[in-house]
Design a protein around this ligand. Structure first.
Ligand code: 5GP
Ligand code: ZN
Length: 140
């Protein structure tokens, strides 16, 4: 997706309106237009990137700098019991807008927003195999 076609780049450029929550040189936070709970906020880097793995660590660090305060502010303002910080990467993971973003979703006890976490257990030896495979791909 090109920056010209990106809806969040248009919001950042002020071409599409949003309910702005916070802005600095690197980051914009605004209300999600299709919230899953009241106070659902999106936090985006002003630099267009598609996913976490494609994001410059310095741009990610700018998000990390503001996320604690923004999450706390959402929680307090909405009198939430907790919140989810989510980032969908790729269509298979539910990403619809191809500009990397974090959701802050305020939660109340028993609100039923996300009830299921489809956890399972690794069979014997599988965790080591997968751990090895992932470590082989780290370039840090
Ligand atoms: P994703 O599924 O890509 O992680 O989430 C995209 C989010 O962007 C959705 O929750 C959707 O409601 C929100 N969204 C899509 N278009 C707009 C828009 O034009 N304005 C705002 N504020 N949110 C949008
Ligand atoms: Zn964009």
């Amino acid at each position: 997706m090109s920056v010209q076609d990106c809806i969040f780049c248009k919001i950042i450029a002020g071409q599409i309106p949003c309910t702005k929550i916070y802005e600095n040189e690197f980051v914009l936070a605004f209300l999600d237009v299709g919230p899953v709970s009241e106070g659902h906020v999106l936090v985006v880097s002003k630099q267009h990137t598609s996913s976490v793995d494609q994001t410059d660590p310095r741009a990610m660090a700018e998000i990390a700098k503001v996320l604690p305060d923004l999450a706390g502010s959402v929680k307090k303002a909405m009198a939430a019991d907790g919140y989810n910080v989510l980032c969908n990467n790729g269509a298979s993971a539910g990403q619809v807008v191809g500009h990397m973003h974090f959701h802050i979703i305020p939660r109340k006890a028993n609100d039923g927003v996300f009830n299921q976490w489809p956890a399972f257990q690794y069979p014997e030896g599988k965790a080591k195999e997968i751990g090895d495979k992932i470590r082989e791909n780290i370039s840090l």
